[in-house]
Design a protein around this ligand. Structure first.
Ligand SMILES: C[S@@+](CC[C@H](N)C(=O)[O-])C[C@H]1O[C@@H](n2cnc3c(N)ncnc32)[C@H](O)[C@@H]1O
Length: 396
């Protein structure tokens, strides 16, 4: 393919990604792979170049563009070599006309940026869209961080995460046989801090209410030495089904899974009511803390979607609270930097649930900043995904 044809292909792929963002369709990665399958004539160099254009445009453009061309033109305005490829050659993009619309660049649309937690200052903006490193977590049931250091000497320890090992983004770690043997998982530092913040130890009875594919469930099993009972729940069958084989690989033997029906969660968890020493609510959210991994998420967030997440979060907090034994712990977490999903959500819970108190001082020194009754991690301050968590104690 010519360089100009690669740009035109990127424009067409961006059109499908923008349409999916508007309509709540498939994520950008899936659409990119599908587009490449349909263009078998594209070689690996073409594919790399097209991917570069597509993701450069997604990172540069702050909200869903009117068209893929408008997004690429915004990039071309900053890059004369790219602008020169709009040359009207066969399969290439048409020449740039005067007054053609450009997508707006920046971290987030101003209406969205206004929702950020007050701790998000301008220093965060670059870091929020930088390529994230590849973080590993040694699975204590099978390996130590020192063993990871031997396997991947190019990495380094992650501050405040005793099992964490950080690698450059492009490292092909999951192809390593040690991954298949359960020695480690890929897990961002923020998720490792969150699993540790639960504070569970051997003998605990834990409900992971929003377990998904079990990333944090497995981290908790590792931290408790596979000596705590963990009930892992979710409403999404496909995600929850990933957990049993992952647990087997990890050597975690005390995880039970339970698929919940939306709207019937409390009834389906009646046997755990008031019995859990620890409940983890890793709630569905905007994902605004993970834009450096999935930058197109900021094209997808609408006021209606945010309201839906907030209603789900409040509901899940209330369901989770009923499961906690007197004096037990409820950990609420969202991979979001939006105050309404974080500090405001927890304050609303505390206002509605008399007798509950917020814990403090449970994070490693220097990690996270106090945000209302919880803590916020941010990419620039903590070198991890943006993440809010709050640990609450039930009345006795
Ligand atoms: C942030 S993800 C969880 C990620 C997971 N804990 C991990 O570490 O990989 C939120 C999860 O909440 C689940 N969820 C949404 N509504 C739920 C509900 N009413 N009850 C239980 N889980 C729910 C979603 O299916 C999704 O898997």
């Amino acid at each position: 393919m010519t360089p100009a044809a690669r740009v035109q292909t990127a424009i067409e792929i961006l059109d499908t990604i923008a349409a999916a963002a508007r309509e709540g369709g498939a994520p950008a990665d899936a659409l990119f792979s599908e587009a490449m399958r349909a263009r078998r004539y594209a070689g690996s160099k073409d594919r790399r170049a097209i991917r570069g254009h597509v993701y450069d445009a997604i990172r540069a453009v702050r909200s869903v563009p009117v068209s893929g061309r408008a997004a690429m033109l915004a990039l071309a305005d900053r890059d004369p070599a790219l602008a020169a490829l709009f040359d009207g050659s066969p399969y290439g993009p048409a020449p740039i006309r005067s007054g053609e619309p450009r997508a707006e660049t920046g971290v987030a649309a101003s209406a969205l940026a206004e929702l950020f937690d007050p701790l998000i200052e301008s220093a965060e903006e670059g870091a929020m869209l930088e390529r994230a490193p590849l973080d590993l977590r040694a699975n204590r049931l099978k390996a130590s961080r020192d063993e990871l250091a031997e396997l991947f000497p190019e990495g380094r320890a992650i501050e405040g995460a005793p099992d964490g090992w950080r690698l450059p983004p492009e490292t092909a770690a999951i192809q390593h046989p040690a991954h298949e043997n359960g020695a480690f998982e890929v897990q961002d530092a923020a998720s490792q801090y969150a699993a540790a913040a639960l504070g569970a130890a051997a003998g605990a009875r834990i409900v992971d209410l929003c377990a998904g594919g079990g990333g944090k469930t497995l981290a908790i099993a590792s931290l408790t030495g596979d000596a705590a009972d963990i009930l892992a729940c979710d409403v999404n069958r496909a995600r929850l089904q990933q957990l049993p084989p992952r647990a087997e690989r990890a050597g975690a033997t005390r995880i039970e899974t339970r698929l919940l029906d939306p709207g019937k969660e409390a009834a389906m968890l009646a046997d755990w009511c008031g019995k859990a020493t620890h409940v983890f609510v890793d709630a569905p959210c905007s994902g605004s803390g993970t834009w450096r991994r999935s930058p197109e998420l900021r094209w997808r967030l609408t006021p209606a979607r945010l309201d839906r997440h907030m209603a789900d979060q409040a509901n899940l907090l209330a369901i989770g609270a009923d499961l906690v034994a007197p004096g037990g712990k409820l950990l609420y977490a969202v991979c979001s930097i939006i105050a309404r999903e974080g500090r405001a959500q927890v304050q609303a819970f505390l206002d509605r649930h008399r007798g509950w108190t917020a814990d403090s001082g449970y994070l490693p020194a220097g990690i996270g900043r106090a945000a209302g009754a919880g803590y916020l991690f941010t990419p620039a301050h903590d070198r991890c995904d943006g993440f809010f968590l709050a640990r609450l104690t039930a009345p006795c």
